[in-house]
Design a protein around this ligand. Structure first.
Ligand SMILES: *Cc1c(COP(=O)(O)O)cnc(C)c1O
Length: 407
């Protein structure tokens, strides 16, 4: 086999389908995020980022930066080892306590990312619990799917958010067979929210554990930023709550919060926890500062809601089609990968607006979209620019609009 020909051939196919991914080279500006500098060959341009998962701008917050600077100045750069081999620093211990408290659980366990936390925790639970059946929502994130697959446990997918289908699957099993229901709160591509309470009811009825990915909700929902389960008063009904420190908390890392016994079990058996160097102490310190701040302050959450509502209303006013949902994510549907990429390129080059196109395999073919994530740090002028540019492009590209009467 000619290996290089194989690689380039596969990449050409991706390009032909419009699914080849190009990463924008961005340099955020401290204090003026969401503004950033975009380098493109020899060109440099100022852009406004409209697709960040740093939903609240916490990656720029002075408490977070202060805690990170202080940690570097007092303890240095890296953790120096796995958690087992001298890598457990005081910053990790404090952060795990903050996270357990955030979710009202006995314990929490840190991982190097949300991806790793799902992969390691789900993989270990499903592999180690004898004859475990995993029931997985059809739209679960890749990190959950990979963890479940890695476990080699039996997995049955239930139709997205479909509790009747889930019940059918549960009912067909012996009551005493171990079962694990894996699902999300806010699904990040459509922005819809899972029926957490109904799923917990089914888990009780059919003797199953529940594993909830709150990655797109922690920091953003609930009086203390504990997520949708906190907002709905359901945290104590979930076996495991999983989250990230890299999105609304603005730093990096992932975690699970659960009982002491379950966290200790994962700590003791999960390869993806045991055999990798711990997060740098400064990262843990920054994340802890972010979690702590958002427990006490609802200001950012209120501002965020208000901006999201405003952007939706402005898009409605000019007939730009976006999917309605109960979350903070605004998917503007394009439905074609080449057009989606083209719109994104023009927005960047002509309007200084950065919105990454979301194409297959992140979303199903035919549902390609621009996924807009307003934040408290977007100004009125930013919103004016965004809506003006989209309005212009929708006319130029002859894209479908919502007829005014149908709105
Ligand atoms: C981003 C994401 C993850 C992974 O979290 P990271 O901290 O970015 O690794 C897990 N689950 C969902 C639903 C996500 O969108």
């Amino acid at each position: 086999m000619n290996y290089t020909d194989f690689f380039t051939g596969e990449l050409d196919r991706l390009r032909d389908d419009g699914n080849y991914r190009v990463f924008a080279d961005l340099q955020r500006k401290r204090g003026s995020f969401p503004q950033a500098l975009n380098r493109d060959g020899d060109q440099k341009r100022d852009v406004t980022i409209w697709c960040s998962n740093d939903y609240l701008g916490m990656g720029q917050h002075e408490n977070v930066l202060g805690a990170m600077h202080e940690a570097i100045d007092t303890v240095g750069a890296g953790a120096g080892g796995t958690r087992n081999i001298s890598g457990t620093t005081h910053q990790h211990v404090v952060l795990e306590q903050e996270l357990a408290d955030l979710h009202g659980k006995e314990a929490a366990l840190l991982f190097t990312s949300g991806y790793v936390s799902n992969w390691a925790a789900l993989g270990t639970l499903a592999a180690r619990i004898p004859d475990c059946l995993v029931l997985s929502d059809a739209l679960n994130h890749a990190s959950m799917i990979e963890g479940i697959r890695h476990s080699r446990a039996e997995c049955q997918r239930f139709r997205h958010n479909d509790v009747e289908h889930l019940e059918e699957l549960l009912k067909a099993q012996p009551l005493d067979r171990p079962k694990l229901i894996a699902f999300e709160s806010v699904y990040s591509m459509d922005g819809d929210i899972g029926p957490i309470e109904e799923i917990c009811d089914l888990a009780d009825k059919y003797n199953a554990m529940t594993y909830l990915d709150e990655v797109h909700a922690v920091g953003l929902y609930g009086p203390r930023g504990g997520g949708i389960a906190e907002e709905r008063g359901l945290m104590d009904r979930l076996t495991v709550i999983e989250g990230t420190l890299g999105k609304a908390f603005g730093v990096m890392g992932g975690y699970i919060a659960a009982s002491t016994a379950l966290c200790d079990f994962i700590r003791s058996f999960a390869s993806g926890f045991i055999f990798t160097t711990a997060l740098p102490p400064a990262v843990a310190a920054g994340a802890a500062a972010s979690v702590r701040h958002l427990k006490d302050s609802s200001f950012e959450r209120a501002q965020h809601k208000q901006r999201v509502a405003q952007v939706r209303a402005r898009l409605d006013a000019v007939g730009i089609p976006h999917t309605d949902n109960d979350s903070h994510i605004i998917p503007v549907m394009v439905g074609d990968p080449v057009k989606c990429k083209y719109l994104s390129d023009i927005l960047l080059k002509d309007h200084g607006i950065y919105i990454q196109p979301i194409n297959y395999p992140t979303v199903p073919k035919g549902t390609e979209r621009l996924r807009i994530t307003p934040s408290p740090v977007h100004s009125q002028a930013d919103i004016d620019n965004l809506v003006g540019a989209l309005e212009l492009l929708w006319s130029q590209c002859e894209l479908a609009r919502i007829p005014m009467a149908a709105q």
